[in-house]
Each structure stands twice: as C-alpha cells, then as structure tokens.
Write a protein that binds this ligand. Structure first.
Ligand code: FES
Ligand SMILES: [Fe+2]
Length: 317
C-alpha cells in the first residue's frame, strides 16, 4: 500500500496565465482550450483583440469552439445562432422577441503583451489584482526572436515556483552550481530572486548574475547577464488540479556575427531542455509535504510557500 497519496492540497490559484502566443491566434480564429479545469474558447475578432469565454453556450450547452463563428463583433453559437458580444451578453436570438437576461457567457479578462496572450483567472470572478510587466527585449532588433518550447507537466504551479529557489537541486539534479548566493525579496505578487555566481568565460571566470522576476504563479522572467545576455520567459498555466501547461520563450542579445548568436542560442535552449528533462520526472513523482524537513542550505523555500498563499481563495493551512 502506498504510504502517502500523491495529492496536492492546493486549489487552482488565481492570476494571469498564458493562453497561447500571439501568432497562434489568427484574426477570425476561435481556438478551444482547456485551462483552470474549464473548457474555454479564445478568439480574435474583427477588431484584432483577443478574448476568452467559457466554451459552453448558456442556452442548451453547445460548444462555441465547435462550429461557432465570429460575426462582426460577436461570437455566434453553432446550435441556434444566439450571438454574444464582447462582454459575453447575448445580443441576438434570430427567432425570439425577447432576450432572456441570464443569457450571458462567462468571460475572462485578457491581455496581449509582448507576443503572448494571457487570461486572468479568479475562481470568484474578481477583477485583475496586478498587471504584467512590459518586456523591453521583445521587438528590439538587438535581440533574437523567441525560441519556444512547451511541456505538459503533471504537477502544480506552487511546486514549480518552489523549484525556482531550490538552490541545492541545481547541483544535484542538473550538475551545475549556478545558484551560489540567492537573495529573495517579495512585493505583493512579485517575487524577485537574484543569484550571483562565477561562470566560465574566455577570460577565465566572470561574475554571472541571474535575476528572476515572478509575477504570480503564471509568469516569470529570468535574465542572465555576465558573459552573455539572455532572457527566458516562463509561463505555467494550470490545466486542471493535476497538470500545468508550461511555455518557455527564449531570446538572446545578438552577438556581432549571426553564427555565434545562433550557436549560443542553440546551446542555451539545449541546456534548458536538458534541465527540464531532469526536473520533470522528479516533479511528476514527488509528493507535497506540508511540513518538510528543511536544512540550512536549502534556500528560501519556506518564504516561497508564504508568498504562495496569496494566490488561493481558500489557502491551504
Ligand atoms: S445552444 Fe447555443 S444557441 Fe442554442
Ligand atoms: Fe530544475
């Protein structure tokens, strides 16, 4: 018999979560996705603005993403052609004299930023409580276009956030010692981690700095400076209470010649993939100890758990 069940005691957290990259949603397209334990549609209407609704029509429950259509500024249900406006209100029933006041689809606040589309999820439908940052590297000619990777991981956002400051694992799982000295500071939903270490360079050793800014559970930016300048955007969107969809986007400040830039970019993304490959089996098989036995070299894991509580409506004990 198993000693402990692999169950995480957290509800689905609230926050901004990536739905897709901008170029994955063409004008006039309706995409069906499953996040936050819900079936959703993401679409881009004639005005170019992305929107996210619950997938099921309040009438008789048809899926808006299966045969639905974008007509002017509305989405039309495939079943009886009820039409819903940007706010999710039914504005037209072609065969009725009166529109029932309850004819409304749940909508989610959406922003499109730096080549990504995010939705705000809150189980109680509260408005967004923070904003996401601009990414100055995006669209800057001095930086390469995003190189992207994605994974579906059987784990939870909190577990993945904890991993950011788990300094010992970098050495024992990844065989690196990049996190030598970790400073953490918290400002509401923002967690800032700065790590300094010596990294190899052509001149011997140089000071490498890793600066991680995590904006809630959904989105983080990791900037590496020192020998080369790189930025990794990390997003984790809860699919349900068992899985997280992770998207990574990677960009590097261009070197004087494009072959070196390509070589560097490839080496970096290979290294990230290698590390994910090592992390995933641990994440997917570990359990969550509410009271872990920690030691003095573990890094600020308890601090991250304290920070994490703010993202749950019903916080775990
Ligand atoms: S189910 Fe959508 S219009 Fe009837
Ligand atoms: Fe890791």
């Amino acid at each position: 018999m198993r000693q402990v069940q692999r169950e995480f005691p957290f509800p689905i957290p609230f926050g901004w979560f990536q739905l897709c990259f901008s170029d994955e949603l063409a004008a006039g397209e309706i995409r069906s996705v499953h996040y936050f334990g819900r079936d959703l549609v993401v679409f881009r209407g004639a005005d170019g603005t992305p929107r996210c609704f619950d997938a099921y029509c309040p009438h008789l429950g048809a899926h808006l993403g299966v045969g639905g259509a974008l007509i002017d500024d509305t989405i039309r249900c495939p079943f009886h052609h009820w039409r819903f406006d940007k706010q999710g209100r039914c504005v037209d029933i072609p065969y009725a004299k009166r529109i029932p006041p309850a004819a409304k689809v749940r909508t989610y606040p959406v922003i499109e930023k730096s080549g990504m589309i995010f939705a705000w999820y809150h189980p109680g439908e509260e408005d967004p409580m923070w904003a996401l940052p601009d990414i100055p590297e995006y669209g800057d000619d001095a930086w390469t276009p995003y190189e992207r990777r994605e994974w579906i991981v059987k784990s939870r956002n909190q577990e993945l956030a904890e991993n950011t400051v788990d300094q010992a694992h970098f050495r024992y799982v990844h065989g690196t010692n990049t996190v030598a000295d970790t400073d953490i500071s918290l400002e509401g939903p923002l967690m800032k981690v700065i790590s300094r270490s010596k990294v190899g360079s052509v001149d011997g050793e140089a000071d490498g700095v890793i600066e991680i800014n995590v904006h809630g559970f959904g989105f983080g930016m990791t900037r590496f400076t020192g020998v080369v300048e790189t930025l990794v955007l990390t997003s984790g969107t809860p699919i349900d209470d068992e899985r997280v969809h992770m998207h990574l986007a990677f960009t590097v400040r261009k070197l004087p010649d494009s072959d070196s830039t390509k070589g560097l970019g490839k080496a970096f993304i290979d290294e990230i993939e290698r590390q994910f490959g090592q992390d995933i089996p641990i994440w997917e098989n570990k359990i969550h100890h509410e009271r872990p036995v920690l030691c003095d070299g573990d890094g600020p894991i308890a601090t991250v758990r304290q920070w994490a509580k703010q993202f749950y409506v019903d916080a775990p004990a």
